[in-house]
Each structure stands twice: as C-alpha cells, then as structure tokens.
Design a protein around this ligand. Structure first.
Ligand code: ZN
Length: 398
C-alpha cells in the first residue's frame, strides 16, 4: 500500500481513537493504562484517558477500536536493509511492507552489510552510510520509519571519520565485528569516538552468522562496551550459557534478543535479566533479512515466545519491543503518552485462539491478530494480510 507522505506531513489534523478495550502503554513500570481513548494532532499524541475526560471534538478522523487493544507501534531493533524495499540476501521484494503487516512501525539498521560489493575502504564505507541514511529517510515503504546508514567499523578509521559521519547525519554504527576490527581495544576506541559525536553502537555477539563473519565472545563484547549487546542470543550461534549470564551481570548495556538467534539462549537471557531485576534492558529485533530469510511476524513471534515460555506477562513482553527499545535507542516513539509519536498497532486475539482475551492468548503462545496500523497519525494499513485474523477489528469511522 502506498503511503501518502504529503497528507501525513502537511496537516495537524486531529485523530481520535475511541472504544479501546485495553490500552498498553509500552512502559514496563506501568504497562496497562486505565484509559480507552487516545487523541492525536498531526504526528503526535496529545491526550490519553477516559473518553468522558478528554476532548474528542474536531476530529478529522475517528477510529472506533471496537474493544480491541492499542499498543505502541513495534520497533525492530535489528534489521539489515540494503536499498529500497529489496533484500539481496534472499532476493525478495516488499519485505519492509510485510513487516508493517506484523505491526512494525520503526526499524533500526544494524548495518547495510548485505549490499552486493559493500565498500570496505574508509571513504567508501562512509559514503555508503550517508547514502543509506538519506535514502531510507526519504523512502518509507508503507510509512515504516527506517533508521539506516549504519557503517561497519574498519581498521584505518580515525576520530575525524566519526566526527564527519555525525555531521552528515549518521546516528548509528552497524554491528561491530562484521568488519576488519575484531579486537576489543580498537573496537572500544572507535565506539567511544562514535559516542563522543552522538553515534550509537551495537556489537555482533556469538558465532559467525554466514561464511565470512566471525566469533565475538563475551570478553570482546565487554571490552568494546557498545551501547547495545546485539543479538545476545547469537545470530544464530549463541555463546556458552556462562558467557551469556556474564554479559547480563557484568554489563549495563541493552540486551537485544533476536528472532534469528538461538531461542533457548534468548530465554536464558530473559530469565537472567528477570533475576537481576533488569527486564528494562531487554529489547527485541529480528536480525533479518538473513540466511533464515525475512520474518514479517518476527517481532510478535518474539513477544509470544518470551511471554509464553519465559513466563512474562504479555503486557510486559510488549514493552520489550516498544518502550524499552525506544529508551535504549533514544527514540520518541514506543510509548502511549502525550508528546510521543502517534504510531500504534490495534490488535485482538486471533480467531479461535484458546486464550480468553488478547493478553491470555499471547501468554499461551498464540500470535495476536492485527486489525490496523497507524504511523505518525495516519492509517498505514487496516486488517493485516500476514497475521492470523483478529477476532474483532477496528473501524475507520471517517
Ligand atoms: Zn550479527
């Protein structure tokens, strides 16, 4: 579905979403709000509350949620985009639009590493990062926001390179360890230069993903001290259990669990973080497209997996892919609160799920059915073409 950019950016039109059955905030400290109505102006949330207490007049668009749940737009913390809505890894078109139908409204690149002929010289890698940042800023399949332009550090980079990248609009590094820098000392130096100029970092954790990449163990991860411990559960090959628990215990950085990793290691990470009282560090990604393909439903599959097998209430598991990621990544989406980005997923339990309601169905391991996705105050899609059908779906009143 084409997204109308001009309509989205040109107006401050009011959007009212009413009759929300359960309002999930994305905030781990208070995941369920006692509210049934959200009001937005343009791309921002302006009010959240009970319908009788908020001003719902003057709406350009009203959505009757029909008792479904409202969740902040999901964030995929780990994707590998290349160019447009095409991935050469599996030679697939339209993958980003597919993820929109899985409730993803924001994606963060962990490096455009599948680019055929990816430049590895310093000038070339900087040029590619700036190109990717610009291109994905301007091109949003289905309205999905893609933070891309994530250079992979290589030997020979100096402090001025990071300064120059930051000045050009680059805000994230690709996975440390996918380039020629494979020692903690050099990586730590480059990550600290990046941080100095406001560029966030992430590191590949575990065994090699594909021929040509290599093992990064806990010592390298701890020494590098990147902002995000990328795929702490391996991508796919996980570190031994004692190394994963050491990363949970000895670092304070984000613990990113990915779909394309080792599920058992993901559950170990979750349990360890829970024991430490640090569930606020858990963030979710797919680490796709990859050797195991494209996963439009990857993030909701992670939520259902961690909630059901990891025994975490569904409303908390949803925070891993929303408020937690937004906080760890310094984004202004991921929470349903005034002033935040007006991006939402309306969902309900899937038809014929044995769960008694949406949250119970996720805790039983079923995927939710998505009925509508809204990005920055504009409806991007109605009933998802990819999830199981939702029992109830919201209605666009006008
Ligand atoms: Zn990786």
């Amino acid at each position: 579905m084409a997204h109308d950019e001009s309509a989205r950016t040109a107006t401050q039109a009011r959007l009212v979403i009413r009759n929300i059955g359960v309002l999930l905030s994305g905030d781990l400290g208070r995941p369920i709000l006692d509210a049934d109505t959200v009001v937005c102006s343009g791309d921002r949330i302006t009010a959240v509350g009970k319908e009788k207490d908020v001003d719902i007049t003057g709406a350009a668009v009203t959505i009757d949620a029909k008792g479904t749940a409202l969740v902040p737009g999901l964030i995929d913390s780990h994707v590998h985009p290349v160019c447009g809505d095409w991935t050469p890894r599996q030679n697939q078109l339209g993958w980003i639009d597919g993820y929109l139908h899985g409730g993803v409204t924001t994606m963060i690149s962990a490096g455009e590493v599948h680019t055929p002929g990816r430049p590895k010289d310093v000038v070339g890698l900087k040029a590619m990062a700036i190109f990717a940042q610009r291109a994905f800023h301007a091109f949003r399949p289905g309205g999905v926001k893609i933070y891309a332009g994530a250079p992979v550090i290589e030997h020979g980079m100096v402090e001025d390179d990071f300064k120059e990248l930051a000045a050009a609009g680059v805000r994230i590094l690709g996975e440390v360890g996918l380039g020629s820098v494979k020692d903690g000392k050099t990586a730590r130096q480059m990550v600290s230069w990046a941080r100095k100029y406001g560029i966030q970092s992430t590191i590949h954790t575990g065994g090699p993903s594909i021929p040509g990449s290599s093992l990064i163990d806990k010592d390298m991860v701890l020494e590098t001290d990147a902002d995000v411990i990328g795929h702490v559960n391996g991508g796919h090959t996980a570190l031994p259990d004692d190394q994963i628990t050491a990363l949970c215990e000895r670092s304070t950085r984000a613990l990113e669990i990915v779909h394309n990793g080792n599920e058992r290691a993901g559950l170990l990470t979750l349990r360890t973080a829970k024991e430490l009282g640090q569930l606020d560090r858990i963030i979710l990604g797919t680490d796709s497209p990859a050797g195991s393909g494209v996963q439009p439903l990857g993030i909701i599959r992670m939520i259902a997996l961690l909630s059901s097998l990891g025994e975490v209430p569904a409303e908390q598991a949803i925070c891993f892919a929303t408020g937690n990621t937004a906080r760890m990544r310094s984004l202004d989406c991921g929470l349903v609160a005034p002033g935040r980005e007006a991006s939402f997923v309306l969902m309900d339990k899937a038809q014929h799920s044995s769960g008694k309601d949406l949250l119970d169905s996720i805790q039983k391991g079923d995927l939710p059915g998505i009925g509508m996705v809204i990005i920055e105050g504009a409806v991007s899609t109605q009933r998802s073409r990819n999830t199981p059908p939702a029992t109830r779906v919201p209605e666009l009143v006008r």
